[in-house]
Design a protein. Structure first.
Length: 317
């Protein structure tokens, strides 16, 4: 029998379950003639039938399509805790950058109580294996296992903590608009936090390298050698934030900066991962390069980084 289209005249395809159900005009049982129809399939897909819910048995539909429409509401992924916010008396909202699902906002219930089993695992800078349950606006965290906890090492040193705050805020801004490249952003963030907490290199260089590479993943990689406008071979003396990096004399717009060649070389070394050259760069070149990177980042993400402004006013800048 052909499928019957869904219409408002649903009662024509159903009959009362019993005399008692007449007091509830929408409590109907689907006729056997319409098993597998669009009406019963729509109920199985969306969990409702008409304006009332849970009155029609899910066993009424035996169509094969219904088996393929089941929604898995729980999932598991690796994530980095970006930030938290208090919710109610004992809950928290957790911002997570996951490996496969992009940035997620989830509720961790009861984590502010002293008896919470996984409250300490959901602190910022932590890398966790988390299981969540899908919700309408916020997901719910069910279980958490710690993979790497960088919070203790970073919180013990203010210089490291301030730069780690800039890193997670940058990751938050770059991954909040969509899921494109979030897996690469996740891997880059995990590597940056590990290198920063263990002081693999100068913390200022780690921060600058992360910001440059994160922008490159997002599609805003600066040109450090060739002209960003005409593509002529460099090196060039000018650097324009609005044009995308180094510019030649013919393409240099008004207001473009003239950084030292050592600063441009240091920026290119951090972008490409040449740490041997970056570690040997002079101190003054690092300061000039960091100013260019911070301005370039905030211009292209179109947002102010509050933690970066605080870092620039601190003596560790």
């Amino acid at each position: 029998m052909s499928s019957t289209p869904i219409s408002r005249h649903t009662r024509a395809y159903a009959r009362p379950i019993s005399e008692r159900s007449r007091s509830r005009p929408f409590a109907y049982r689907i006729c056997s003639d319409y098993v597998g129809s669009e009406i019963t399939q729509a109920y199985c897909a969306w969990g409702r039938f008409g304006p009332k819910r849970n009155f029609v048995s899910r066993r009424a539909c035996s169509g094969s399509e219904c088996e393929n429409r089941k929604v898995i509401r729980s999932y598991r992924d690796e994530a980095v805790v970006l930030r938290t916010q208090k919710l109610g008396e004992a809950d928290r909202i957790i911002w997570l950058l996951t490996s496969e699902h992009g940035q997620i906002r989830a509720v961790a219930k009861g984590v502010r109580r002293t008896t919470s089993k996984f409250g300490a695992r959901l602190e910022p800078f932590s890398v966790v294996d988390v299981q969540l349950h899908r919700g309408r606006s916020l997901d719910t965290i069910i279980q958490v296992e710690t993979i790497a906890s960088h919070g203790e090492l970073l919180a013990a040193d203010y210089e490291l903590y301030s730069r780690a705050s800039v890193i997670v805020e940058t990751a938050d801004k770059l991954s909040s608009d969509g899921d494109d490249g979030t897996h690469q952003q996740y891997l880059l963030l995990v590597g940056a936090l590990h290198a920063l907490s263990h002081r693999r290199h100068d913390p200022a260089l780690i921060l600058a390298s992360y910001m440059l590479r994160a922008l490159a993943i997002a599609g805003w990689a600066p040109s450090c050698y060739d002209c960003a406008v005409c593509g002529s071979e460099g090196p060039h003396l000018g650097f324009s934030i609005t044009e995308g990096g180094a510019v030649c004399d013919n393409c240099r717009p008004p207001g473009a900066s003239l950084p030292a060649p050592d600063s441009m070389e240091l920026m290119g070394a951090l972008l490409s991962g040449d740490w041997e050259s970056a570690d040997n760069a002079p101190t003054w070149a690092r300061s000039e390069m960091m100013g260019l990177v911070s301005s370039y980042t905030q211009w292209h993400i179109e947002r102010r980084l509050k933690s970066l402004q605080l870092l620039e006013r601190s003596p560790h800048a």
